[in-house]
Design a protein around this ligand. Structure first.
Ligand code: AMP
Length: 290
């Protein structure tokens, strides 16, 4: 177990980063909103494999929650997060107060167009402006060489890659594969909202996506397969399906034919909880990605 240092101000995090750079150590950042699980810790392990100073940030960013969303009740347990990060080999926790991130007079908003309009952006207006702004801000505050983001939030990963490319930010973006429970449900801090009954139903969501991905890879018609997946999710007891779509992995433009690898992305509501998931879909016979 490493000793986890904790800083809450920009000068403190910059001092650690400057000391690392001075002796040639690379710096990795893993941004989180806390309520950590194995998915977050897998990103720390990726960071650890690529850098000698691993910084995790913990900030429940009010700007990415809409009115009526779960900002107030989002799970928070910093003591537990600190323990898990230390066990995972993280060196530094950057846990700023809201006033540190958004001091009086803060007036800048970073907005990525196009990519942010559909799917999560359509269901949660303003969400990706909040995400792009905090990620740009964290990169400015911490100044990492690389940052690790989960594939679990596929659209977010695409938005961040666009942001970094468009603004020439000198940060390499590394994706981390989605960590799942034994029944296939993607780990998420929001899974804590599920009742035991809902948790039992939840596995139908990734199961329906796996079935759809296999059918699509085998050449099934796209529209009918996506509709069938939606019906299966609802039949299992979900309240609604926000979207199930087959898209280009980078642009998120829906694919009319599966003539190259695509991404099956989906969001659905179980009671009052929204679950997200996504899978790669490769046409059968296409060689796996290198
Ligand atoms: P969050 O704390 O939900 O904002 O997530 C922080 C980071 O962890 C983001 O890059 C997420 O995509 C990533 N993440 C969340 N769930 C998982 C998971 N099940 N597997 C891998 N990464 C994840």
């Amino acid at each position: 177990m490493t000793t986890l240092a904790i800083v809450r101000d920009v000068a403190g995090v910059r001092a650690h980063v400057a000391a690392a750079r001075a002796d040639g150590r690379r710096v990795a950042l893993v941004p989180t909103m806390g309520a950590l699980h194995e998915g977050h810790l897998s990103l720390v392990a990726i960071a650890r494999a690529h850098a000698e100073l691993v910084v995790a940030s913990l900030f429940v960013n009010p700007a990415q929650f809409g009115p009526g969303e779960d900002f107030a009740r989002y799970p928070r347990d910093e003591a537990r997060d600190r323990r898990l990060l230390a066990e995972a080999g993280c060196d530094l926790l950057f846990a700023p107060a809201t006033e540190t991130v958004y001091p009086p007079g803060f007036a800048t908003r970073v907005s990525v167009s196009g990519l942010t309009e559909g799917f999560e952006g359509a269901v949660r207006p303003g969400h990706f402006d909040g995400v792009a702004t905090i990620v740009a801000k964290l990169f400015g505050m911490v100044q990492p060489d690389l940052a690790v983001f989960g594939e679990k939030d596929w659209q977010q990963l695409a938005v961040i890659r666009r942001l970094v490319a468009d603004l020439d930010l000198p940060v390499a973006i590394l994706p981390g594969p989605t960590c799942r429970d034994s029944d296939g449900l993607a780990l998420s801090s929001r899974n804590a909202y599920l009742s035991p009954q809902e948790r039992a139903i939840a596995a139908a969501f990734p199961r329906a996506l796996h079935q759809a991905a296999a059918a699509l890879a085998a050449g099934a018609a796209i529209d009918a397969t996506l509709a069938e997946a939606g019906s299966r999710i609802c039949a299992a007891g979900f309240a609604a399906v926000d979207y199930v779509a087959l898209v280009d992995p980078d642009t998120l433009v829906p694919l009319a034919t599966l003539d190259r690898p695509g991404r099956l992305i989906a969001a659905a509501r179980l009671g009052t909880t929204r679950l997200l998931d996504n899978l790669e879909v490769r046409p059968d016979g296409l060689a796996p990605a290198a």
